[in-house]
Design a binder for this molecule. Structure first.
Ligand code: BGC
Length: 327
């Protein structure tokens, strides 16, 4: 557990024995092993202006642990909850908990169903429109192949690719994949999906999936790799590099495209090891989530005009993605 207490004077601290506990903002994140989520959490911690504490807890991918941490936070006087749920399909209990104390509740990154969100008038969601990300990936891959006809290494007129998907059932996984497939189907280049594997957002699982595909089918079967996030793209890259690919020889290059724009992926794109990524702007998302929590904790009304954000479906803020592709 990490706490950030900014700008609170010693006098305030020594008087708290008598006063009611200061309200704080509780941030609950599904996993500490996820680099994107860790960066998101660090950003959230830095946003406070000192009028309240921000407490960050990681649920270690455990639904029960997450609920217990939230229960404790509510018992200790949390003034608002920002929750990155372990399982967005099981958030009704979290809503009931927030509702029991009339607390503002902002879900982030892992999107609950609209009807669940609508069931509580102090619940909001901050994330992205994942359909945008998949189509951006398809655009970058299409452009790359049109600019580099030798990408069709076996010369059969078709680009055979492997898809590395995030966690099954999550909105980000579903809509990134759906829009990618739709856009590749409508591309001027012919693409064929040779394999699709759920590597659960994780570097190691992606590395193993690519390794096992290549061991079974040979590297010539693989002409592109698309990953639902950067960590999986980087896992794929690591295996390709171990085989002497994507290491400077233009004859031995398999285009890889990811999503997130983590610092490691940006470096791989800059170094020409990956062709591109899509910025999943966690700083802007953290600011939006924090703003909602801050305003709600200070008793302000949350609306488009008071926050400056557009609310899709009345309760969701979708921060736009940005294509990152170097010539
Ligand atoms: C990010 C992934 C991350 C996942 C966690 C996605 O939006 O792109 O990197 O693992 O969220 O829920």
């Amino acid at each position: 557990m990490y706490r950030k207490l900014a700008g609170v004077c010693a006098l305030t601290l020594c008087c708290t024995a008598l006063a009611a506990p200061e309200p704080f903002l509780e941030v609950s994140l599904y996993s500490q092993n996820d680099p994107f989520i860790r960066a998101y959490g660090e950003t959230l911690q830095q946003l406070t202006d000192g009028s309240f504490e921000v407490t960050v807890n990681y649920a270690q991918e455990d639904l029960v642990k997450e609920y217990q941490q939230l229960q404790l936070a509510v018992k200790n006087g949390a003034g608002a909850l920002i929750v990155n749920p372990v399982d967005p399909a099981s958030t009704h209990q979290i809503i009931e908990l927030a509702d029991s104390k009339d607390l503002p509740l902002i879900f982030i990154n892992r999107e609950p169903a609209a009807n669940v969100l609508n069931s509580y008038n102090k619940a909001w969601y901050v994330g992205t429109d994942s359909t945008q990300a998949g189509s951006f990936q398809a655009d970058m891959l299409t452009r790359y192949v049109l600019d580099h006809p030798t990408a069709d290494r076996n010369g059969d007129g078709v680009i055979s690719y492997m898809l590395l998907q995030g966690e099954k059932g999550l909105a980000d996984t579903i809509y990134r994949t759906m829009s990618l497939n739709h856009s590749l189907d409508n591309s001027p280049v012919m693409f064929k999906q040779e394999a699709s594997v759920y590597a659960n957002w994780q570097f190691d699982q992606a590395l193993q999936a690519v390794e096992s595909f290549i061991r079974q089918n040979g590297i010539d079967k693989l002409e592109a790799i698309v990953a639902n996030n950067d960590d999986m793209a980087l896992g794929a890259l690591q295996f390709l590099k171990s085989q002497g690919y994507n290491s400077g020889d233009p004859q031995k290059f398999i285009p890889i495209v990811g999503i997130d724009a983590t610092s490691q992926a940006l470096k791989a794109v800059e170094d020409g090891e990956m062709i591109g990524t899509v910025k999943n702007d966690y700083t802007a998302q953290a600011r939006a989530a924090f703003r909602l929590a801050y305003m709600a904790m200070h008793g302000k009304e949350i609306s488009q005009s008071s926050t400056g954000y557009y609310f899709s479906g009345g309760r969701s803020i979708y921060v736009p993605y940005v294509k990152i592709y170097f010539e």
